[in-house]
Design a protein around this ligand. Structure first.
Ligand code: KG4
Ligand code: ZN
Length: 358
């Protein structure tokens, strides 16, 4: 089955052609980073307008690179949510029109599930139960996946997403957007043990993540030590590199420490690490260490599939289409779409038990 994937949830307009859910024939991504850079973050209105301009040529390019015509596409998969509403609508409306015109099925895909499926291409098939740590600019969730398509959030961020923390700390340090890659580069020449930043503990005892305290700790450190942000065109001083390294190490410790603790408890057979922050080599290395310790295979997408792309959307779409699922033309963008269908089963189970006891 040839699937055209479309992604436009945030600041990348992307289209891809994927065969059989695991073979990428083409994957085209138009990034808006340069457009949003002067603002230090994504401006929703600008993002949506840019998607509108780019979507048609990007789809054409994906078809051309895959060397196929529109008529050869069997189905369309599109990001339905979560994301920016106007951006999502561009992809959703485009996909609907295409599917209607070609009279082929289409399916709305959860963007986060797309990130889970980003490991489908260059790794052996996922063994279940699996763990998926999805770390990006908008999300930080650890999922328990007892079987394909069933998700339970066992840890989530209470405030900022991990990528968001990278972006905000970079901004404080006077560094460019997006912050993740810049901080990682500086951290390579910094001393990660130089500053002890705190890893937040949640007072209600849940194994959740929290990164806003860390962000405040970096701000306080800068203020107390009278460290000025890096000026335009300036080479960052050693103390900035040390802050970058210490901050990154703290984020990695928090992500991997919690994952390790929960993996020891749940005993998954595969650990998936995906989303933009999964580009980070310090995180990859720490995750591989844990995998080695727990004899747990760790799957990463290659770096160009870690950040937003449409191939992962096509792969997730393929999984659902294969199971006979379809969206209809009334489907619309869902800005706060969640990926959690196991807790409901849990609740159902509990209810049944209660009934049984009665
Ligand atoms: O998955 P993604 O492209 O978009 C969202 O769905 O949010 O992730 C983008 C995020 C940004 O916050 C960016 O700073 C972060 O991923 N990121 C990184 C690295 N590369 C991108 N964070 C840490 N280290 C990196 N090398
Ligand atoms: Zn994403």
């Amino acid at each position: 089955m040839l699937i055209l994937g479309i992604e436009s949830s945030c600041d990348e307009t992307a289209a891809a052609v994927v065969r059989g859910g695991r073979e990428i024939l083409s994957s085209v991504i138009s990034s808006q980073i340069e457009l949003h850079k002067p603002f230090g973050g994504v401006v929703p209105e600008l993002a949506a307008r840019e998607h509108l301009e780019k979507i048609d040529p990007i789809v054409d390019e994906a078809l051309a690179r895959a060397n196929i015509t529109l008529e050869e596409i069997d189905a369309v998969a599109v990001t339905q949510g979560p994301g920016l509403v106007a951006s999502l609508l561009v992809g959703v409306c485009y996909a609907k029109a295409l599917a209607f015109g070609l009279d082929i099925p289409f399916i709305g895909v959860n963007h986060i599930e797309g990130h889970v499926f980003s490991v489908a291409f260059e790794n052996p098939p996922i063994q279940y139960p699996a763990f998926a740590l999805i770390v990006s600019g908008g999300h930080t969730n650890l999922f328990y996946i007892p079987e394909a398509g069933v998700y339970k959030v066992i840890s989530r961020t209470r405030d900022d997403a991990a990528g968001e923390a990278f972006d905000k700390v970079a901004k404080m340090l006077g560094l460019e957007y997006p912050g993740g890659p810049v901080i990682e580069k500086l951290a390579r020449e910094g001393d990660a043990k130089k500053i002890k930043f705190p890893v937040a503990k949640i007072s209600d005892g849940r194994p959740d993540f929290s990164f806003s305290g860390l962000k405040t700790a970096v701000a306080r450190y800068l203020r107390e030590n009278e460290i000025a942000p890096v000026g335009k065109g300036e080479t960052p001083a050693q103390e900035i590199r040390d802050i970058a390294a210490s901050f990154q190490a703290t984020v990695v410790r928090s992500l991997v420490g919690t994952t390790e603790k929960l993996a020891a408890e749940y005993k998954p057979k595969t650990l998936i690490i995906a989303g933009g922050v999964a580009c980070n080599d310090a995180l990859r290395e720490a995750a591989l260490n844990v995998g080695g310790k727990l004899k747990l295979p760790v799957y990463f997408p290659s770096k160009h599939l870690s950040t937003d792309n449409a191939a992962m959307i096509a792969a997730a779409g393929y999984f659902h289409l294969e199971r006979g699922e379809r969206s209809n033309l009334r489907m619309t963008a869902d800005v706060s779409m969640r990926l959690q269908n196991y807790e409901n089963e849990d609740a159902e189970l509990k209810r049944k038990k209660v009934r049984y006891r009665l």
